[in-house]
Write a protein that binds this ligand. Structure first.
Ligand code: LMR
Length: 328
């Protein structure tokens, strides 16, 4: 009887094979920490759709937003362990893997997002994508979110207003130094905890982009947002060398093209999204947006800019120079 069953199974398998039954597609996991209605959220969904359209018989992309799968403290390790295949952390979160990307955290370095874009596309900016290779990671491209604003329980107009206040920061020593420069207390905390920390008043404020402040509802628990545009929050779309190099050449090329197009889509909507979310916050009436006078803004610049010298050896003065040059 057992022999007969085995024979039938073998026959069924052969029939299946001759009928062209294919192996199930491989799952590619894309994990991130923000909401879906953000440039990163939209980029990941676009990538998923393009892969389904072009090579869906071989790969299926599953997107996990909102720190559902891994929070930002764990996603890089998960990538290296093969538990996830794509992530796009903020450039501020790579300091364990490279010090070069710290350039993006220097306060008041870029005058606007066009300058950020010019630097990212320059040879110096492109070279930074490979600064994590020795750690088994591959930077596949830059993705924009936008410029950061300061939010707080009290109005912040001049640096003295931040004195003694606790601010949540991403895991970056440059950002810690930036807040220490204004005598504030920086606390490195995962993105997923920020809303609760603000709501319970365990911290006084934080810095983030319009799209993150809006999509994560920080504006509902922060009565003041200073439009400081003091730094950039952008991403590096990252995979692991092990996963990427093991792909068949043809598949890798299709995936890279889909990714490049998805990134271009994210970058194309980032600025509009920022402006719309700024307006949404304004319309909500929950948070006052503070516009700085030139003289007030200059005070922040003067106090925060000395941070550059503290980190110039780790980053490389030539990298900083190239970034400065992108402002012209
Ligand atoms: C943050 O931690 O504030 C941001 O990096 C979140 C994100 O990915 O935009």
């Amino acid at each position: 009887m057992k022999k007969l069953t085995t024979m039938f199974s073998v026959l069924a398998l052969c029939a299946g094979m001759s009928a062209g039954v294919q192996a199930a597609p491989d799952t590619i996991k894309f994990s991130h920490v923000v909401a879906e209605n953000t440039p990163k959220g939209q980029m990941a969904l676009k990538f998923r759709d393009l892969v389904a359209e072009r090579i869906g018989d071989k790969y299926v992309v599953e997107v996990y937003p909102n720190s559902q799968l891994f929070g930002d403290g764990k996603e890089m390790e998960a990538l290296l362990l093969g538990d996830v295949q794509f992530i796009a952390p903020s450039l501020s979160k790579f300091s364990k893997y490279t010090k070069k990307l710290q350039v993006y955290d220097l306060p008041f370095l870029f005058k606007d997002m066009e300058a950020v874009d010019r630097f990212q596309q320059s040879p110096a900016g492109q070279a930074l994508l490979s600064s994590v290779n020795s750690k088994g990671l591959i930077g596949l491209g830059y993705l924009h979110n936008g410029l950061k604003q300061l939010s707080a329980n009290d109005p912040l107009r001049v640096p003295a207003d931040a004195d003694g206040k606790k601010f949540r920061i991403m895991s970056s020593d440059v950002l810690a130094a930036q807040f220490e420069a204004v005598e504030a207390v920086p606390l490195k905390k995962p993105f997923s905890e920020v809303f609760t920390l603000l709501q319970t008043r365990a911290i006084d404020g934080q810095e983030n982009t319009w799209s993150n402040i809006y999509s994560k509802k920080f504006f509902e628990v922060q009565p003041y947002i200073t439009e400081s545009n003091h730094g950039v929050l952008d991403y590096m779309v990252t995979t692991s060398m092990e996963f990427w190099n093991d792909l068949p050449d043809g598949d890798r090329a299709v995936l890279k093209k889909a990714l490049d197009e998805a990134v271009a889509h994210g970058n194309a909507i980032a600025n509009d999204k920022a402006m719309k979310d700024r307006q949404n916050i304004l319309d909500s009436g929950r948070s006052e947006i503070i516009t700085l006078t030139d003289a007030e803004r200059q005070q922040w610049v003067e106090v925060m800019k000395p941070v550059w010298t503290e980190f110039q050896d780790e980053i490389g003065p030539e990298v900083i120079e190239a970034a400065v040059a992108s402002n012209q």
